[in-house]
Design a protein. Structure first.
Length: 566
């Protein structure tokens, strides 16, 4: 039988397969092209609605810089974030592309009720090619606006400055404006550095744990004594690093707009105050180092000193001759004034100058106050400056100066920047190590026997000095019931590591203080609480204060009485 009839059938089958294969390839290619087009269109849609403003937007180069230029982070000394950046979307409008400005404004303000409908409408009817409607939206707000689908409205991708710790270190950090330019604090001082940091963080000397404790205790004291404000500082006496710095009231750097000026004011570094008897630390150190007196010397404090229309008297007069330790321990104005006169004006001014108390401090903050002192330094000024009247300094001036007096006699300029471990702190000797040791003993004596007893913390050999001064009135003179009450303490006095300062602005007495609002009653207890909390955090171990070494280190001979650490 012949195979001829089967040949056409074989040919037809091959043609059908070829046609099917061609159709399948064309279908796949078409689907791929369609899918690619959809991806491109979707990407363009996202770019237009969420990220970009279109070529007509003004200042496009500037906006691109805002998006791409990451401002450097700020951390504490342990790397804990204090300031960083958060990517956000900012809402803009192209009024030329908006179809119905009134309807668009109505829809937008329903989602963003903090905006004014009239204001949004006015912007969208302006005829401009670009207008900002709201900067730095939250992701939820951005999604809600995007869902409205309003033509001519879109988002710019920006970076917002945020402060994860909130108010914790507000006056140290400061804040930026909406375009991330530094306005205050470290943000302003290091504005150029942070703007070009390229991911490198700025490490501060602040310890966030100590900062938290300091703020908590200063706030507690301000509240308890109904003060109008307060300040606190903890500084490392070995290198000048500021471990914590607080000014109250404070603010939230995440939302500084509308904050009262008093809240933005940095009382710790910008405010200058007459601080009263804490100045006797410098007066006594100056006299000892000048050699015009010693711990065995003393002065007659029987009667007040009268100079022209002024009278210098003691608040708790002993009305007798007082040794130098007693003058310091009992905070005698009369004895301090006579001690200063013996040393003389030139020695006094020179010593205060070496301590940085006559000039603005080179601290890494724009908010740095200039001390106030007499233009003509006469005999009466020599006497009043001896006990802290007639001269006004910032709390930071005081803290840095006391650190130099007790650390062996070397002044380290205070700093808010963490020093590299291999970089020695450059200091200037301002007094002998021997006289610095004598001052440590006197400061310890004030806590064990004098006006600073409420600052004592078992195991930490706390030393310090109280200060109480009447505030100067707006029209001159002093306001009798408006006090600046302070206590500056240090620990441990046999080998000092840290100085702690607490200052209260216009504290009010309570029943528990028996009607007093002086430094010994309201500020010394705050320092005690601060030291109790931060000493373990800072790695300072308690010691046996009754041990022979501690007793010997703090020994002072006071009028034949051998007074030591307790």
């Amino acid at each position: 039988m012949s195979d001829a009839p089967d040949t056409p059938t074989i040919r037809l089958t091959g043609q059908a397969d070829a046609a099917l294969e061609t159709a399948r390839v064309r279908l796949i290619a078409g689907a791929a092209i369609f899918a690619l087009c959809m991806v491109v269109l979707a990407g363009r849609l996202v770019d237009l609605t969420l990220l970009r403003s279109g070529d007509a937007a003004p200042k496009r180069g500037q906006l691109a810089q805002v998006v791409n230029g990451e401002r450097g982070d700020i951390t504490d000394r342990h790397g804990v974030l204090l300031a960083t950046n958060l990517v956000t979307g900012s809402l803009y409008g192209d009024p030329r592309a908006v179809l119905d400005a009134a309807a668009a404004a109505r829809k937008i303000t329903r989602v963003l009720p903090d905006l004014s409908e009239a204001d949004v409408r006015r912007k969208l009817e302006s005829g401009k090619s670009f207008v900002w409607l709201k900067r730095n939206l939250t992701p939820s707000q951005q999604q809600q606006v995007n869902t409205l689908g309003i033509p001519g409205v879109g988002f710019h991708r920006e970076s917002r400055r945020i402060y994860p710790q909130g108010t914790l270190a507000a006056h140290v950090l400061g804040y930026t404006d909406i375009d991330r330019h530094g306005i205050a604090g470290v943000e302003k001082y290091f504005d150029d550095t942070l703007a070009t940091a390229k991911g490198r963080p700025l490490a501060l000397s602040i310890d966030h744990r100590v900062q938290h404790a300091l703020k908590d205790e200063i706030d507690r004291a301000v509240t308890e004594y109904r003060a109008i404000g307060g300040a606190g500082i903890v500084i490392d006496v070995q290198n000048g690093e500021i471990v914590a710095l607080v000014s109250l009231p404070d603010f939230d750097p995440n939302a500084p707009t509308g904050t009262p000026a008093d809240t933005l004011f940095n009382r710790a570094t910008l405010g200058v105050y007459e601080l009263g008897s804490v100045f006797k630390i410098f007066n006594t150190a100056m006299a000892l180092d000048a050699g015009t007196t010693d711990l065995n010397g003393g002065y007659d404090a029987t009667s007040p000193i009268r100079v022209a229309r002024f009278e210098i008297h003691d608040d708790h007069a002993k009305k007798r001759w007082l040794s130098v330790p007693e003058i310091f321990m009992y905070s005698s104005n009369i004895g301090s004034a006579k001690m200063a006169l013996d040393a003389g004006m030139q020695r006094q001014r020179a010593f205060l100058g070496r301590l940085g108390l006559l000039n603005r401090l080179p601290i890494e903050l724009p908010e740095s106050g200039q001390p106030l002192y007499p233009a003509q330094w006469r005999e009466i000024n020599v006497m009043t400056v001896a006990f802290g009247h007639g001269i006004a300094i910032t709390p930071l001036h005081l803290t840095a100066g006391v650190a130099a007096v007790i650390n062996g006699g070397v002044y380290y300029p205070p700093t808010l920047v963490k020093r590299p471990a291999d970089q020695p702190a450059g200091g200037t000797r301002i007094m002998s190590a021997e006289n610095s040791d004598k001052m440590r003993r006197l400061l310890r004596l004030t806590v064990t026997e004098g006006t600073g007893k409420k600052a004592s913390v078992d195991g930490y050999l706390v030393g310090g000095k109280t200060g109480t001064a009447e505030k100067v009135g707006a029209r001159g003179g002093y306001r009798k019931k408006a006090l600046i009450s302070s206590f500056v303490g240090a620990f441990p006095m046999h080998a000092p590591r840290y100085v702690v300062l607490a200052v209260l602005d216009e504290p009010r007495p309570t029943a528990a203080t028996y009607g007093y609002a002086t430094g010994g009653w309201v500020a010394a207890p705050a320092v005690r609480q601060i030291i109790t909390r931060v000493a373990p955090v800072l790695g300072v171990d308690p010691i046996d204060e009754n041990a022979e070494t501690a007793q010997r280190a703090m020994f002072v001979n006071v009028g034949g009485r051998k007074l030591a650490s307790r």
